[in-house]
Write a protein that binds this ligand. Structure first.
Ligand SMILES: Cc1ncc(COP(=O)(O)O)c(C=O)c1O
Length: 357
């Protein structure tokens, strides 16, 4: 075997586990949109694609202008990426030198530590309190002259969000140490807060977003980075020659032109969340409040969470957990869909918990 480069030797990648789900299971395990887009949307997008567009390399300027316009940011502050995951990787590729420290929350998006290893950085984790609290002082105290990157998912992996003021404090401390702050707004539109308005003030701020979550097109891989033009021009240096495809761009454009599709989905998810909180409370379970499209749920002591997850899987309903580690120890995670879909989930949960207890 030819040895891979040294930095890759200790990297193990977990399989993404997205096979065997389509049309067969209720997908409540990956924080995607849990219901299909209407066929009429697919038909309408298809009509906008010309035969020439499926043979020519992608031309994305229409999407750039539409997206920049809808976000109210200058075109040159925007860089489309092949999903936000690629955008995150590009930030590491552009800025990280071997030995640089990367401050990140634990738990967090699984690829943050992987990219840290891949690009030779040092992982510096900030832990939550057991009650899901995250004092900003704890993040700030990890920032020093070795820090190159601070990553804040907002909302974060527990479904909670930091205030703009707290994020600004982190950005200012990072700036004093010549470090970049990457704010991952993957769950934006479920949560209205954003750091976009702060882009002109901070040259060490990069925001990453995705159309995989509230817009619901995870398989089409459309993400984007937002930052001051000087940073975007550096990030472009590590860009793949072509990444976002013409077909994906057509869907993205359609969804930007029809914001009611995203808005309706966000409304459905909010109704589903309220319903789950109420129904789980009746069972004596605790749903941790979330500003995203997923919720962490702690079942009553007498219930075996692992057995419930397995039993739901046997009934073709896939959720995640139980998790280990503070603050999600023992919690299960459910991606939230419309109330009617959550009612099917709860009917099954009640039957199974009845059997378990
Ligand atoms: C916080 C966060 N960031 C980024 C991503 C990557 O999303 P995508 O690559 O589909 O844009 C995810 C996916 O679950 C996520 O939870």
């Amino acid at each position: 075997m030819i040895e891979p480069k040294k930095l890759l030797r200790n990297i193990a990648r977990a399989p993404s586990n997205t096979e065997n789900r389509l049309g067969k299971v209720m997908r409540l395990d990956h924080n995607e949109r849990t219901t299909p887009l209407p066929q009429a949307v697919l038909d309408a997008v298809w009509k906008t694609i010309s035969p020439e567009e499926v043979v020519a390399y992608p031309a994305l300027e229409n999407l750039y202008c539409k997206l920049a316009g809808s976000l109210n940011v200058p075109r040159e502050c925007l860089l489309l990426t092949y999903g936000s995951d690629t955008g995150i990787r590009m930030v590491f590729d552009t800025y990280l030198n071997e030995g640089d420290e990367v401050v990140m929350l634990d738990p967090g998006y699984g690829m943050f530590p992987v990219y840290t290893d891949m690009f030779g950085g040092k992982r510096v984790f900030v832990k939550y309190d057991a009650d899901f609290g995250l004092p900003v002082a704890r993040i700030i105290e990890k920032i020093n002259s070795q820090t190159k990157l601070v990553i804040l998912a907002n909302p974060n992996h527990t479904g909670t969000a930091m205030s703009e003021a707290d994020i600004c404090s982190v950005i200012q401390v990072a700036a004093a140490h010549n470090a970049l702050v990457l704010v991952d707004e993957a769950y934006h539109y479920f949560y209205a807060g954003t750091m976009i308005d702060h882009l002109p003030a901070y040259d060490n701020l990069v925001i990453v977003r995705t159309m995989s979550k509230a817009f619901g097109i995870a398989p089409l891989r459309v993400g984007y980075l937002l930052s001051q033009p000087v940073n975007i021009n550096n990030l472009i240096k590590v860009k793949l020659t072509y990444d976002v495809t013409t077909l994906s761009a057509k869907f993205a454009e359609y969804l930007i032109d029809h914001p009611e599709i995203c808005q309706e989905h966000v409304r459905d998810v909010n109704e589903g969340k309220a319903y789950l909180a109420q129904e789980f409370a009746l069972l004596g379970a605790h749903v941790f409040p979330s500003v995203t499209n997923f919720v962490f749920v702690r079942l009553p002591e007498a219930c075996d969470a692992a057995a419930l997850v397995r039993a739901l899987e046997a009934r073709a309903i896939w959720i995640k957990g139980p998790f280990k580690g503070v603050p999600v120890d023992g919690y299960i995670r459910i991606t939230v869909g419309p109330r009617a879909q959550m009612a099917i989930l709860m009917k099954n949960v009640k039957e199974l918990i009845g059997k378990n207890t």
